[in-house]
Write a protein of this length. Structure first.
Length: 315
């Protein structure tokens, strides 16, 4: 059964505005780009017609919006165990394990988080990116936010763009930090290695804040928060400060070993083959209820084992 169209009259005070601007104000639950696409495809009509997005409105016109499902990728549902931290009819938050790819792509058509989400909630097939609001690198563990309806997904993406979603991480970096700090350096694609990111002045603005939680003999356990969400942001910013994340195969550099390290510590550091980074907390306003949600997930077992060995060495 098809959903009933949403019908509104264009307010008189919007007379003279572009149609796409008026629609964006009248239907804030949908993005402006989506409304424009629906207008061009005939899913949005004005007095039964399909005018151009740039046409001026007079006020009083009858607008009908028929929301169109937009599957983002050709991904098949798969039974993949999900650690669901929170779920209701509007959204869900999952705790992604390290090693799990978020989106299907070249060489990863199956076995991704998206495949598991489509099996868990089939309605996500109708949403862009299966409702996934942001992403984590394959080998970063932690919390991911998913909108389960088009309206919720749009609202959460807007919150993310407006920096209204607080994301907190814990990490272990190489070297002993004397205190916290801020890295405010633009990030862009590496000019030679297209799989890497780097600091470049023509890149996109990126701001990372970090504080010290514990110091070890050759490493530091830190808390990190993001003001922006660039690809590999934490990894690139910490490497730029010469405190790359422990285990980072792309930006980590040489293994940091303290003097007279025990065999247990050496073995642990050499076998920890992923960046020591975990998305531990999310804070945001629920798009439907307005309630502030604060959701947490402790670091996984391999991360906790790493900390235990570092603490034993430091003592």
């Amino acid at each position: 059964m098809k959903a009933e169209p949403k019908v509104m009259l264009i307010p008189a005070q919007m007379a003279g505005k572009r149609l796409d601007q008026a629609l964006a104000r009248m239907f804030p639950e949908y993005s402006r780009s989506r409304l424009k696409a629906w207008l061009l495809s005939g899913a949005v009509t004005v007095d039964g017609k399909s005018p151009r997005p740039s046409d001026a409105v007079d006020g009083g016109e009858r607008v009908e919006v028929r929301a169109v499902a937009e599957p983002a990728v050709a991904a098949a549902p798969e039974l993949i165990g999900l650690d669901v931290i929170y779920e209701d009819a509007a959204l869900m938050v999952v705790n992604k394990p390290a090693g799990l790819v978020v989106h299907p792509g070249a060489g990863n058509a199956r076995g991704t988080l998206m495949n598991g989400l489509l099996n868990h909630a089939s309605e996500l097939q109708k949403l862009p990116r299966a409702g996934i609001v942001h992403r984590l690198d394959k080998d970063t563990s932690g919390l991911l936010l998913i909108g389960k309806t088009l309206e919720t997904h749009t609202a959460l993406v807007r919150q993310l763009a407006e920096r209204a979603i607080a994301r907190f991480y814990v990490a272990v970096c190489n070297g002993v930090l004397t205190g916290g700090g801020i890295v405010d350096e633009p990030i862009g694609r590496h000019p030679v290695d297209r799989k890497r990111m780097c600091i470049r002045q023509d890149g996109r603005p990126a701001v990372t804040r970090y504080t010290v939680l514990e110091r070890f003999r050759a490493h530091t356990y830190i808390s990190v928060s993001l003001e922006t969400g660039r690809t590999h942001q934490i990894r690139v910013h910490l490497a730029h400060r010469r405190h790359a994340l422990l285990g980072d195969p792309t930006y980590g550099g040489r293994l940091a070993l303290p003097a007279r390290a025990s065999d247990a510590l050496i073995d642990t550091l050499r076998t920890f083959k992923r960046q020591a980074l975990h998305a531990t907390r999310l804070e945001f306003a629920h798009p439907v209820s307005g309630e502030t949600l604060r959701l947490e997930a402790p670091p996984p077992a391999d991360f906790e084992a790493l900390l235990a060995v570092l603490r034993k060495d430091a003592s």
